[in-house]
Ligand binder design. Structure first.
Ligand code: 6GU
Length: 248
């Protein structure tokens, strides 16, 4: 996966992405990051300025179409293709694990970050293939949202997670929330680790974890259960749980 980010703040993206698991994935060549500063595509006469007043008036500034187009075309020239171009905006489709899996199949992915009051609509019409939001709140710019998308996409790329199963197993991988985890010590502040995890019986541990996942999902995110694949026994467990939650 090769990420290309069109932004006015490339150092923000580079600092975030070169850290932790995504940083290791970049260093190991599993993913790559190419930040294009839109400012570098300002026409000579504008001396690095890429925004202007909105037609019709109103607060804030609007990023001009031409520098954004030129930044995208510079990526196309390097890849020899016209990659999918994701515009980060609160007006977009809400990002999801499903969309992360879809994006992970692309060879190149362009993420376009806006700032101020937005980007001239005409260049969005010309180059943008997907408009994506990360949730119902407003950020000052698309950079943090682009990093959220790249992080979630990266962990779907083979070889990025050292334990290759963990990407599939975690919350949402199977449509359910994750079961609780424990490590040493066995008793902490008077609180013991659930007995079954010390038993060494893998079958029972797996069953307990599955039931814990179901319980958490039912109590915290019941909406997720609608599309989850459950056995008859699991449905019965949940029915009993919801009838008397304090006993399970
Ligand atoms: Cl993608 N951009 C901005 N500016 N704010 C957001 C967002 C994106 N997603 C949620 N809020």
């Amino acid at each position: 996966m090769r990420f290309h980010v069109l932004t006015l703040f490339p150092e923000m993206i580079e600092n975030g992405m070169n850290t932790s698991i995504t940083g290791r994935a970049i260093a190991g060549g599993k993913i790559s990051l190419d930040c294009v500063n839109i400012r570098d595509h300002a026409p000579e006469r504008r001396k690095g300025r890429v925004d202007d007043y909105p037609y019709g008036g109103g607060a804030g500034m609007v990023i001009e179409a031409q520098p954004v187009m030129s930044a995208y075309e510079s990526v196309c020239a390097r890849t020899g293709s016209r990659p999918r171009c994701v515009y980060m905006t609160p007006q977009g489709k809400t990002f999801s694990q499903e969309l992360a899996r879809t994006f992970a199949k692309e060879e190149d992915l362009v993420l376009l970050c806006g700032h101020y009051e937005g980007i001239d609509e005409r260049v969005i019409e010309k180059i943008v293939t997907d408009e994506v939001s990360i949730g119902d709140y407003v950020l000052t710019g698309g950079e943090l949202a682009a990093m959220v998308v790249m992080d979630a996409v990266s962990r779907m790329v083979p070889g990025v997670l050292t334990n290759d199963l963990s990407g599939a197993e975690e919350s949402f991988g199977n449509g359910l929330l994750e079961y609780p985890q424990y490590t040493r010590p066995e008793v902490w502040e008077g609180m013991a680790v659930p007995e079954i995890l010390l038993s060494g019986h893998h079958g029972n541990v797996e069953k307990w974890r599955r039931m814990q996942s179901l319980k958490r999902t039912a109590l915290r995110r019941p909406d997720l259960l609608e599309s989850a694949q459950l056995t008859g026994e699991e449905r019965k467990f949940l029915k009993d749980l919801l009838a008397k939650p304090e006993e399970t």
